[in-house]
Design a protein around this ligand. Structure first.
Ligand code: AHG
Ligand code: MN
Ligand code: MN
Length: 329
């Protein structure tokens, strides 16, 4: 089986990008080991600190953030990074062609129950001259690479450099990522959806109606039964979508009027959207392709609907209807 290095060598990408991706991959092997040792390494539980999102950081959020920061600083190809766990961008040096955005540990509420977590990353070109927060505010179409690592029963890396999506499985014996799926393709149709149903009363009319119709199954307008899954870690849910299709959404909700969206554009929605598009799927807010959004801030949040192309298109049809005549939901 091809190694990650051998696979990257077949893609028309700069040597500096291949080096950066190798660095991210080898850091993820170390993260995988830390996650796997869990309580034995004393890494479970929370800190007494909140991140810029107002969320209490888990010990592993902090540890994995430091591991990635240290590795990218040593790598030399990265000018600056933006992380879920850093209030501001961190400038690493005057050299290097890239900016990296990452969620060091996605699904961290799963950590203490020994369930799925992962790392998500997005690579953008660095501009000439000085870098600052503004330098990161490029739409997702500018990403030169994106991927995630899923720390599951097997540790897996999903990667795109704009040449489709490749899936690698970590061989724990050799510590190498080996190519296990060279061309991921998301089925166009699906009968599986992923949404946090507990927020239902707070959704807007299009999502209420769409999910309502899925739940009606064979007796509803869709005339087929749908299954539901929710892992509470975007990496896990998106991995399932890449593996067997599906629609995943974290839509707008009005539970907390200060926070109508949950997922972060720069290091969750954008990299996952590039992977999904490169695997033949679709990704939207309901009204715009996620990859076309002009970011306003590095920690901005966004509504996400992604997955099997035909099912996302159906969901978007619900968003194009006029609900103004509908009774208050
Ligand atoms: P993070 O752990 O990086 O803050 O991200 C968690 C996100 C995402 O991974 C997941 O899809 C969603 O939050 C889960 O939300 P609920 O807690 O509402 O299930
Ligand atoms: Mn996350
Ligand atoms: Mn996180």
């Amino acid at each position: 089986m091809q190694t990650l290095a051998q696979t990257l060598a077949t893609q028309a990408i700069p040597a500096s990008l291949a080096q950066l991706l190798q660095t991210l991959a080898s850091t993820s092997v170390a993260i995988s080991n830390a996650v796997r040792r869990g309580a034995l390494a004393g890494v479970l539980g929370s800190t007494d600190h909140e991140n810029v999102q107002g969320e209490t950081q888990k010990k592993l959020d902090v540890i994995t953030n430091e591991m990635l920061k240290d590795a990218l600083r040593a790598d030399g190809t990265v000018r600056a990074l933006a992380s879920e766990e850093e209030d501001f961008p961190v400038v690493l040096g005057d050299h290097g062609d890239y900016l990296v955005c990452f969620d060091p540990l996605d699904g961290s509420s799963n950590i203490d129950i020994n369930s799925l977590v992962g790392t998500i990353f997005s690579v953008l070109p660095a501009p000439q001259g000085e870098v600052n927060e503004q330098s990161f505010l490029q739409s997702g179409r500018h990403q030169v690479a994106a991927g995630y690592v899923l720390y599951g029963p097997a540790t897996m890396l999903a990667l795109t450099t704009g040449h489709g999506v490749q899936l690698f499985t970590l061989d724990p014996q050799s510590g190498e990522y080996l190519l296990t799926n060279p061309a991921v393709s998301i089925p166009k149709d699906t009968a599986e959806f992923a949404i946090n149903m507990s927020n239902q009363q707070f959704w807007e009319a299009p999502m209420q109606t769409y999910i309502g119709d899925l739940l009606l199954g064979k007796i509803g307008p869709r005339e087929k039964s749908f299954n539901m899954r929710w892992i509470a870690a975007m990496v896990g849910d998106v991995h399932r979508v890449l593996s067997r299709g599906g629609i995943f959404t974290y839509p707008t909700d009005h539970k907390n009027p200060q926070k109508p969206y949950k997922l972060r554009l720069m290091y969750e929605a954008n990299p996952m959207s590039l992977l999904v598009e490169q695997a033949g799927g679709k990704s939207s807010t309901g009204y715009q392709d996620i990859l076309d959004i002009q970011p306003q801030a590095i920690h901005q949040r966004v509504a996400v609907i992604l997955g099997s192309a035909n099912e996302v298109a159906t969901c978007l049809e619900y968003h194009s209807l006029d609900y103004s005549e509908e009774p208050e939901l």
